[in-house]
Design a protein around this ligand. Structure first.
Ligand code: FSO
Ligand code: SF4
Length: 546
């Protein structure tokens, strides 16, 4: 197979193997390779920064660089060649500065290529970039485990970045990300050692998710049961998508009293559950569905759209001039809102909105959400009684991501055919496959409990642990809870590793298992953790309902 690139990090990997000509996501080969080079470069930065820490000369800038770099290479985040060229040039300078600081000290990677390589032009970067991807690891199982670790780190970095933005940091997480990145260079590591590192990645993932949960709830309050409007009003408006709540907060502050409404799209929907955002009269509702429908929905929205984080799909020319990148996302020709002194100035977007017609309605009505851990803990007695009385027979954790593959219709069918004495616990954009179905409630408890964004999946782990305590069980796997998780990108990888590290077994992951899991690694995951995928709805329902 001659590869112009090689990427197998998401659920859409071509032919279930990997994209090698151009990404199914739209990522071009040169950008995919530059992303690999950035990861490679960050291993050098991390190695030097770890050494510099021993003499108290490490740099926060290195951690920030690595966290941003990992996040920017997540699926559907950044497609912009110039962004990566600039980032690599900046990273080389940072690595060399750190190298200087530790030049008199000896360390394992001192003479390694991650410390020595350099490039001074885009051509040289492209050339190097083609040599440093996962295909440079000859053994497919070692490659598989190292990919799992790096993809887990990408997801962890995304969570950590959202926490950092709100002023929450954690030395242990930052150190782990750096040390683990460097460890993936070690050619001596055995399958056993790498499996151990996979588990440690999951454990640190739990810490990153807990930190983000703390950052979000201490900054914006605990999510509350909330009704969200799905219709539109008659004012010009801005649509905001992605996951960054601080970007949303700044936008709401700046649009206040301007006559411009703000709607959420995709993963920003759960922002409506936070008390802090309820005070804005112009926070009008949620428009549309999951990320992959944005090409149609951005069109009919009519006004400007701000993308904070993934998922961005390559914008169509018909609305590209209305798209703004405010954060880690990027696309050639899409305008960027840069941060200055911790603030983003959205005035150009607001002025743009004033010149646009109001959004065209896609639907009417409301949906209910806000069932993060604090809300569910408040309902704990009711929930426990419902389980004891048999009114609730089983919970289904269906958190995860949505995607455009037709096979994902499975999740709509699965949700609608679940027996009426079951409750779905969800978080992430996977919910759009069933959050607008009328699935009813059980004694006032809705049958779809939405905890929030994929960033809030930690809530679901806490809910499971709380139920374990309430029922006096010694093992989380004894609960009447099944896991039927849809995955798409690398935040889902860290969530999977986090759940495995918490001892959760028999997780079903679909619509397909990751391409980066080699057959031998898959066997280990099946044997040790009972990992499985989906088959068809009837079969799976029988299996789950036992
Ligand atoms: Fe979805 Fe995209 Fe939140 Fe992901 S919008 S798929 S796991 O990037 O981030 O759930
Ligand atoms: Fe392919 Fe997914 Fe990688 Fe895009 S992110 S190139 S679709 S594997």
């Amino acid at each position: 197979m001659s590869n112009a690139m090689f990427c197998y990090q998401c659920q859409e990997a071509a032919r279930g193997l990997g994209c090698n000509v151009r990404g199914v996501c739209g990522k071009t080969a040169d950008v995919a390779n530059l992303q690999d080079l950035l990861i490679y470069l960050m291993k050098g930065i991390a190695a030097a920064n770890i050494k510099a820490k021993e003499i108290q000369q490490d740099e926060d800038a290195a951690v920030e660089f690595i966290v941003d770099g990992l996040f920017a290479t997540i699926t559907n985040a950044n497609f912009d060649r110039d962004y990566f060229l600039a980032k690599i040039a900046q990273g080389l300078a940072l690595r060399d500065k750190l190298k200087q600081k530790v030049q008199l000290r000896d360390y394992f990677y001192k003479r390694h290529d991650i410390m020595e390589w350099t490039a001074s032009s885009p051509e040289e970067m492209d050339q190097k970039a083609a040599q440093v991807g996962f295909m440079s690891i000859p053994d497919q199982n070692i490659r598989s485990l190292k990919a799992m670790i790096i993809y887990g780190l990408k997801g962890m970095a995304a969570y950590y970045k959202h926490a950092l933005v709100l002023g929450y940091s954690d030395e242990e997480i930052a150190d782990f990300i750096q040390k683990t990145l460097v460890a993936t260079v070690d050619e001596e590591l055995t399958v056993e050692q790498l499996l151990d590192l996979v588990m440690k990645t999951g454990q640190t993932g739990v810490k990153a998710m807990a930190l983000l949960d703390k950052a979000n709830t201490q900054t914006y309050g605990h999510p509350e049961i909330s009704k969200v409007n799905l219709g539109v009003r008659d004012n010009p408006a801005i649509l905001i998508s992605g996951h960054d709540l601080k970007d949303l907060e700044q936008l709401l502050e700046q649009t206040k009293g301007s006559g411009v409404d703000v709607y959420t799209h995709g993963e920003m929907l759960p922002a409506h559950y936070y008390p802090a955002f309820k005070k804005y009269d112009n926070f009008a509702g949620n428009y549309g569905n999951a990320w992959w429908r944005q090409d149609k929905e951005f069109e009919s929205f009519n006004g400007p759209v701000i993308l904070t984080t993934n998922c961005l799909i390559p914008p169509k020319d018909s609305y590209k001039d209305r798209v703004y990148a405010a954060n880690i996302v990027g696309f050639e020709g899409v305008k960027r809102i840069e941060e200055k002194d911790g603030k983003k100035d959205f005035s150009a977007v607001i002025e743009h909105a004033k010149k646009c017609p109001p959004p065209q309605a896609l639907e009417q009505g409301e949906i209910v959400g806000g069932f993060a851990h604090n809300t569910v803990f408040g309902l704990a007695d009711k929930v426990v009684d419902a389980v004891k009385s048999g009114a609730i027979k089983r919970f289904f954790v269906m958190a995860g991501c949505d995607g455009r593959m037709r096979s994902r219709e499975y999740y709509t069918e699965f949700a609608s055919k679940l027996p009426r004495d079951t409750v779905i616990l969800t978080a992430g954009c996977a919910k759009y496959r069933y959050n607008k179905l009328d699935l009813g409630d059980i004694g006032g408890i809705p049958r779809v409990l939405d905890a929030g964004q994929c960033n809030d999946r930690y809530s679901l782990a806490l809910i499971a642990l709380k139920l374990k305590e309430a029922f006096g069980l010694d093992d989380v796997n004894k609960l009447p809870v099944s896991y039927n998780i849809a995955w798409y990108e690398q935040k889902a990888v860290i969530v999977l590793l986090a759940l495995l590290s918490l001892g959760v077994k028999n997780i079903h992951l679909g619509p397909t298992l990751p391409a980066f899991v080699s057959p031998a690694v898959k066997d280990v995951l099946i044997e040790k953790f009972g990992l499985a995928t989906i088959t068809d709805v009837e079969n799976d329902l029988k299996l789950f309902m036992g």
